[in-house]
Design a protein around this ligand. Structure first.
Ligand code: KIV
Length: 261
């Protein structure tokens, strides 16, 4: 049975050392946070995927600090046991370490986040080191990093060559050394994700990167069948789109026939 004790940052590496898999799902509001927490999710990620899932954009780049703070606050209100992590949005940490410190601080102070996640390897390791030294827990994110969608030429599988795989392993080691306490590996080959997981002491959380990471994360709206274009690696566990349509149609029919719903 899952303990009801609220999770903290050091619990994630401890779970890896005990061989317990980490369950992470995205959440953007208090209602979904309450449900996913009650279902036993260990980590609720307020992903900047909210730019696509909630705001209807084609990528994550328009998401602002104000968006992230507001949604993180809502998720924190719904969470009881789960550890709440907020994504640092595009351009909130890339221009300078000072920006990163100020904005990570706002996510913790105003949003109630317990940790932040930021994308990239080499260039952000100094930022991760500074945040960690200030007592701000940081999760890294390697592989398909959606904030670099234009640089990558689309949402494409990454690290598919030997050289790129080697770079990813170096980046993962550098993030660990800098003080990150976990790293998300998005859309990379399964054997590379397995190797990274074996080499690192900190847990890897995979998405579209095979079964051998120390945990898995999905965009909850994909899992629940609420998004129209589901990535091929997602196993939909429900068709909530159909249920919502049926309920709304039933309501409309009752109203139009003069009934009182
Ligand atoms: O923004 C997000 O939802 C994410 C996950 C897909 C890992 O970064």
């Amino acid at each position: 049975m899952t303990s009801t004790k609220p999770l903290r940052a050091p619990d994630l590496p401890a779970m890896k050392s005990r061989g317990e898999k980490i369950v992470m799902l995205t959440a953007y509001d208090a209602t979904m946070a309450r449900l996913l927490d009650a279902a036993g999710a260990d980590v609720l990620l307020v992903g900047d995927s909210l730019g696509m899932v909630i705001l209807g954009g084609t990528d994550t780049l328009e998401v602002t600090m104000e968006d992230m703070i507001r949604h993180t606050r809502a998720v924190r209100r719904g969470a009881r046991r789960a550890f709440v992590v907020a994504d640092m949005p595009f351009m909130s940490y890339q221009a300078s370490i000072e920006d990163a410190v100020r904005n990570a601080g706002r996510l913790l102070q105003e949003g109630g986040a317990m940790a932040v996640k930021l994308e990239g390897g080499g260039p952000v390791t100094a930022t991760v080191e500074r945040l960690a030294s200030l007592g701000i827990p940081v999760i890294g994110h390697l592989g398909l990093t959606p904030q670099s969608v234009h640089f990558m030429g689309g949402f494409k599988r990454q690290a598919t060559t030997v050289e790129a795989g080697r770079r990813l392993l170096d980046d993962a080691a550098a993030l660990e050394k800098a003080g990150a306490f976990a790293v998300v590996l998005e859309c990379i080959p399964a054997d590379l994700a397995r190797e990274a997981s074996a080499r690192l002491r900190i847990p890897t959380i995979g998405i579209g990167s095979g079964p051998d990471c120390d945990g898995q994360v999905l965009v909850s709206y994909d899992l629940l069948g609420l998004t129209s274009e589901t990535p091929p690696f997602v196993k939909r566990k429900a068709d909530l789109d159909r249920i919502v349509l049926e309920a709304a149609r039933s309501f409309a029919a009752e109203v139009r026939s003069g009934g009182s719903p």
